[in-house]
Design a protein around this ligand. Structure first.
Ligand SMILES: [Zn+2]
Length: 247
């Protein structure tokens, strides 16, 4: 009768060599098990690899910090944005404000505004103290530039507002407010145009436009309106999609 340990040592090798070998084998097995467990954990944590036929993983929201905690830091964020290629492109398509981008004032911040277009000064203010990502900052700028564009094109803007179907989803920004709906539809048109840069002129681009339209009704006619007024052409750009006649 022999135990497994005796069996291992019942070779030509000295028994002292066998122990490290057994320890190494056990360690290798342990590492394999741990690795498998880690891979499994990573797989469950990564939404991008989640198969569609599996239940969605539990998602824990983590509180994020705003882009700035003070007016000085907020001004730095806004100045960096204003100097960016992104802002250059947006100004080329939608027009530039008449003054440097400033910060939303105390009253606006109390009203939870993350951006404002001040028509009397043709200027834009943003609130990085209440904005939590670069994408949100970029969208706030596009939305306020949409107000600027509508202000610069009052007749088209008024006709566009009248043409908008009422929003039925109360969670959509602009619900019950045609002016905000118009600006957000223009902003979505611009965001669609940015997002579709890799699929210009293809069916995929049209499907994407339909998706944007379903999220924000009026995005397609907003794109057509911008195109009809030369917003893209004047910037040396093209929408890439066949659009209905101008509004
Ligand atoms: Zn607005």
């Amino acid at each position: 009768m022999s135990t497994p340990a005796q069996h291992i040592s019942a070779t030509d090798r000295p028994s002292l060599d066998a122990w490290p070998h057994a320890v190494m084998a056990a360690l290798a097995l342990l590492i394999t098990l741990i690795s498998a467990h880690l891979v499994r954990l990573t797989w469950f944590d990564a939404p991008a690899s989640q198969p569609l036929n599996q239940p969605a993983p539990i998602w824990h929201a983590r509180p994020s910090l705003p882009l700035a905690g003070s007016d000085v830091a907020a001004q730095a964020v806004v100045s960096r944005l204003a100097r960016s290629d992104f802002a250059d492109s947006m100004f080329a398509v939608m027009g530039a404000p008449s003054a440097p981008i400033g910060l939303v004032g105390e009253a606006g911040r109390k009203a939870e505004h993350i951006g404002e277009y001040i028509a009397s000064r043709d200027s834009i203010a943003l609130a990085p103290q209440a904005i939590h990502s670069d994408a949100q900052l970029a969208h706030a700028l596009v939305h306020e530039l949409a107000h600027l564009w509508l202000s610069h094109h009052p007749d088209a803007g008024a006709a566009f507002q009248r043409s908008l179907p009422p929003l039925e989803d109360s969670s959509r920004y602009g619900f019950g407010d045609r002016s905000e709906h118009a600006a957000e539809a223009l902003a979505h048109a611009i965001q669609f145009w940015r997002a579709s840069s890799m699929v210009r002129g293809t069916d995929a681009q049209l499907r994407l436009l339909a998706a944007y339209e379903s999220i924000m009704p009026g995005a397609t006619s907003a794109l057509a309106m911008l195109d009809a007024h030369g917003a893209f052409f004047n910037a040396g750009l093209d929408t890439g999609v066949p659009l209905p006649g101008g509004l």
